[in-house]
Design a binder for this molecule. Sequence first.
Ligand code: HBI
Length: 95
Amino acid sequence: MELLNEAERADALDGLPDWDHDDARDAITRSFTFDNFSQAFAFMTQVAMLAEKADHHPEWSNVWNRVDILLTTHEAGGLSPRDIDMAQAIDALVE
Ligand code: HBI
């Protein structure tokens, strides 16, 4: 799996306005806030099923109604198209 080059990364991030680039990790991050823990955990369940299907898993944490997600491709050592695809699929869950 190939890393995104700088131009590809810039293009991808233009299409993901709610995600931030973590320079240190070459990762993308987004924080989601829900009304309560049940909604947050239901969202995590949906993301978990997407992740299993894609064999591409988030680094994440949950505190009550908040879910923080970081995506990067470990085997590539940074951002790859798989992260962009996963971010788009996650965004579609909350649109
Ligand atoms: N998830 N985010 C992420 N990055 C990976 O490189 C990755 C993964 N899930 C599974 C996976 N790689 C496997 O393909 C390998 O660890 C075997």
